[in-house]
Design a protein around this ligand. Sequence first.
Ligand code: 5RP
Length: 222
Amino acid sequence: MEVAKKAAAESAVEFIKPGMIVGLGTGTTAYWAIQALGKKVANGLEVKAVASSVASEEEAKKVGIQIVSFHSFSSIDIYIDGADEIDGEKNLIKGGGGALLREKILAFNSKEFIVIADESKVVKQLGKFHLPLEVVPFAQPLTMRQIAALGCKPSLRLKNNTPFITDNGNYIIDCDFTSIASVAELNIQLHLIPGVVETGLFLYTMVAKVIIGKEDGTVRLL
Ligand code: 5RP
């Protein structure tokens, strides 16, 4: 699995050019992109990066990548990140690591969003992976009832038996829809519920490329 993730990540990093503002993803696949970019920076590549999570920001700093804040640019040249599920149209579920709000903002504001993954993430239809939603904590029970009314089994994400808190101070609700027939429609319905800050549904319109790494170290484009 790591060979495949690393292969996809290294292939994506080849698209980064000098002077770019780079969005850094979160998770075990994005980790390899941060390592690969760190090597390029050590060899003289000059870029600035913005991270989709505190964890990725710390990892990037460790390998010498210059981090800038969300306030210091008007668009991102390239954003490289993993996904939890990818369908044939390139719609995604993201947010397994709880970073979906910053990830969606980076994807939406990027000139090019490159998704990196191994074969296990490719599915016919989204929904087996429980869809993460970021919600405001104070209204969580009410919001969760409204989410359930859309036909899923929602559960509050926990860490050490207490609610998982995102980098933005919110909760995550993981929703078991079994399968999602209309990604765009569900995304709108979820956004209409007050208290839902963001969904882990990333529509194909945001995605420029999907690079799938294989266990033999080669890659294919979806
Ligand atoms: C984090 C994400 C990740 O991109 C997603 O969970 C995939 O992670 P990994 O590469 O570790 O499988 O959306 O919020």
